[in-house]
Design a binder for this molecule. Sequence first.
Ligand code: SOE
Length: 386
Amino acid sequence: MQKLNVAMIGGGFMGKAHAMAYAAMPMFFWPAPAIPVRKVVVDVNQQMAETARDRFGFEEASADWRAVVARPDIDIVDICTPNNSHAEIAIAAAKAGKHIICEKPLARTGVESRTMLDAVRASGSIHMVAFNYRRTPAVALARKLIEEGRIGDILNFRGTYLQDWSADPDSPLSWRFQKSVAGSGTVGDIGTHVIDFARYLVGEIASVNAMVKNHIPTRPRQSGGLDTLGVGGDRNAERGPVDVDDEMLTMIRFANGAIGSIEATRNAYGRNNFLTFEIHGTKGSLAFNYERRDELQVMFADDVGDARGFRTVYTGPAHPYGSGLWPIPALGIGYGETKIIECFDLCTAIVTGKQPSPNFEDGYRIALIADAILSSGESGQWVDIP
Ligand code: SOE
């Protein structure tokens, strides 16, 4: 069986998720398309890299991503760093002829994302952007039902992503609140996951009309670059400026005539990973909430009159990716499983030579939509997506 040597750049939250997926993918999907080998992990200094190596089961540790990306024995470069370094690493990896998986959002802006897309087009690499939530089996099932015409023509899409980890105004000023590093706030960080759902399930977005707001203009500065997602820090530290959005709400027009809305905020006390959609079609409806991710709510208009209404389908072996996952519905899908499936799809793409989805083309399109939301938030006007 083919082996694929992985160089993972970044040993934080995403590094943990990706490393687990490399180890677990062949345990779930067998025969595996290929065996990913955790070859080398890179972090900001040698000590952190060695800790990541020991923790995540890599063979080697390095603090020099440029040297690692150029190594002839590396097949896949996996980018798990903050947004401002995605483009530089991806372009170097493409030039070195590597296959690439990059954490989301692809980059800080559409322009920056385009440079990455151009680089992978020129190199012929397989490329993927890690919008993992579409790989939740219930979400993939929704797509299958839509493709089969089971809910008819799509009329609308309502999507939300609500979290509360940044609601405390005294939580630390991490890179996620700095435009120079993150590109944007809620729009790029979590709004893009919903944009990915909208495009995956309904189709291309043609125009947006948005409100975008910052609620907390300063936060206590933190020492070090670690992102603790709202936890810890010195509440009394000198405060620094937040120059990104905390909340977005946009109307959307799809190219196929459907309409919809997307809301996202990380300041919704009580909401943790409230990533949802509801889709109405001419023959039925679908609803999903990631906080209950084993379930897809389904309603078909031709249900008999006295039993009409949403029913709960628990995903299992009968559903997308079901043959590789757990043998009984509702045993439990988690964040880890979405990353395992992502790894399966990446390795399948590499061995078959067929680009996976979402790839850098999708990441670029999503970045253009994010740019349009930010621009509409400033102008108050409808903005067409180029
Ligand atoms: C923080 O909002 C975050 O870690 C996002 O960056 C991830 O994409 C999301 O999956 C979980 O929350």
